[in-house]
Design a protein around this ligand. Structure first.
Ligand code: 13P
Length: 275
C-alpha cells in the first residue's frame, strides 16, 4: 500500500444553506481548526450560490472549496449550467462528479461522468468521483460488478499520467442520508477494490512487450461516504483503504463536522505521510 495518499475530509452541503448560513458555517469550520496541527485536507462543497461567500470565508486558510457538479463544456448556450472555466475563475479547486443523487435524479450516466472527469482534469480541478451501488444491486450480489464498471467507465480514454489529482469516493447509495452505515470493514474492502480496478484498468497484458503492471491506483485517495458521523469516522479511518470521508448531513453544522475533521487529523497523526 502506498504511504503517499492524502487524508481528505470533504463536506457536501447538497442543496442546503442560504448566504448568511453558509458564511457562518464556513467561518465556524475555519475557526474550529485554525490552531490545530496534523490536519487532513478539508474541502467544503456548498451550493453554487454560496461559492463566493465560502471562498471569502476560507481565503488565506488551508480549507479548499469545491463545487457539487459542473458541465463538461467550457461555455455556450447551455442554460442553467456552470462550466469548469467559471469554477476555476471563481477560485474553486475541487468538484464532485457523478454523485448518486445526480445519477438518480438528473440523468448522470457513466459516460457523462467520464466527460466531466476529463473536463475537470483538463482545467486542473481536483475531481472527487463518486461511485456506489443501490440497495437492490447490493442484495443481488452486484456491488463489486457495479462499482468496477463505474470506475472503469469513468476512466475511459484518460491517460494514466493524467490521474495525479483524482480522488474517488465510495458512496453506497443505500447508506446515503439513511443513517445506515456500511460496515467499516466492508467499506474498506470496496475502497480497496476501487484501487485494484484502477490498477487493472491501466495494466496491459497484450502489448508486444511483456505484460506491464500498473500501480496507478495505489496513490489515489479513496474516500468513504454514507452517514459518516463523529461516532463512526475513527473506525473507518483506521482501516488501510479508506483515506477520508465525504460527508453529507454531518457537514451541515460545525459542531458535527469539526469532530470528523478531528478524526481525519488522528489518521494524519498516526501516519504523518498522509497529511
Ligand atoms: P450523508 O452523510 O448525509 O449520508 O450523505 C453522504 C453523501 O452523499 C455525501 O456526498
Amino acid at each position: 500500500m502506498s504511504t503517499q495518499r492524502k487524508t481528505i475530509i470533504a463536506g457536501n452541503w447538497k442543496m442546503n444553506k442560504v448566504t448568511s448560513q453558509g458564511k457562518e458555517l464556513a467561518s465556524g469550520v475555519v475557526n474550529g481548526i485554525k490552531d490545530k496541527v496534523d490536519l487532513p485536507e478539508v474541502v467544503l462543497c456548498p451550493p453554487f450560490t454560496l461559492l463566493h461567500e465560502v471562498l471569502e470565508a476560507t481565503k488565506g486558510t488551508a480549507v479548499k472549496v469545491g463545487a457539487q457538479n459542473m458541465d463538461y463544456r467550457d461555455d455556450g448556450a447551455f442554460t442553467g449550467e456552470v462550466s469548469p472555466v467559471m469554477l476555476v475563475a471563481a477560485g474553486v479547486t475541487h468538484v464532485i462528479i457523478g454523485h448518486s443523487e445526480r445519477r438518480q435524479f438528473f440523468g448522470e450516466t457513466n459516460s457523462t461522468v467520464n466527460l466531466r472527469l476529463k473536463a475537470a482534469l483538463k482545467h486542473d480541478l481536483v475531481p472527487i468521483v463518486c461511485v456506489g451501488e443501490t440497495l437492490d444491486e447490493r442484495e443481488e450480489g452486484l456491488t463489486d460488478a457495479v462499482v468496477r464498471r463505474q470506475v472503469s467507465a469513468s476512466l475511459a480514454d484518460i491517460d494514466e499520467s493524467d490521474l495525479e489529482t483524482i480522488v474517488f469516493a465510495y458512496e453506497p447509495v443505500w447508506a446515503i442520508g439513511t443513517g445506515k452505515v456500511c460496515e467499516a470493514v466492508e467499506a474498506d474492502r470496496v475502497c480497496g477494490s476501487i484501487r485494484s480496478t484502477i490498477n487493472e484498468y491501466y495494466s496491459r497484458a497484450d502489448g508486444p512487450q511483456k505484460a506491464s503492471k500498473s500501480s496507478a491506483g495505489d496513490s489515489i485517495p479513496v474516500l468513504y461516504g454514507g452517514s459518516v458521523k463523529a461516532s463512526n469516522v475513527d473506525e473507518q479511518l483506521a482501516l488501510p483503504n479508506i483515506d477520508g470521508s465525504l460527508v453529507g448531513g454531518a457537514s451541515l453544522t460545525d459542531k458535527d463536522f469539526l469532530p470528523i475533521i478531528e478524526g481525519g487529523a488522528k489518521r494524519v497523526k498516526l501516519t504523518p505521510s498522509k497529511a
